[in-house]
Design a protein around this ligand. Sequence first.
Ligand SMILES: [Fe+2]
Length: 134
Amino acid sequence: MLNQPLIWDAKFEIGVEEIDQQHRFFLSLINRLSIELERNDNQKYLLALFSELNAYARFHFISEENIMLRAAYPNLEEHRRQHLELVEQLHAKEWKLRSRSSAEEGGHIVAFLVQWFLVHTSQEDKQFADFLLS
Ligand SMILES: [Fe+2]
């Protein structure tokens, strides 16, 4: 059984509008993926959706890092390292999804994405927002 969809909540907002908008969209992609995994009837679309999520994650990270660069954020390198780590983990998961049954792998992927989203945005991204808005 997969996780329940994670509904966007004001508590996820970090206070930087551009980043919050992207986070909202990223969360909607996680939910779309979760629904598709649950359905489990179109492997080709599922993989295409996962590619979309990966591509969006990369775009979002660069966008976020550019905002940090402009603000001369002192923790940028560490933050970038964490983004890179997730990009690598997402690629590994995409390979697993391609080679194993999606039902077997899907629950892990959604749980991983939701967990990562919650922890990273509420801690690392929030830290940056506090720096930017102070
Ligand atoms: Fe981030």
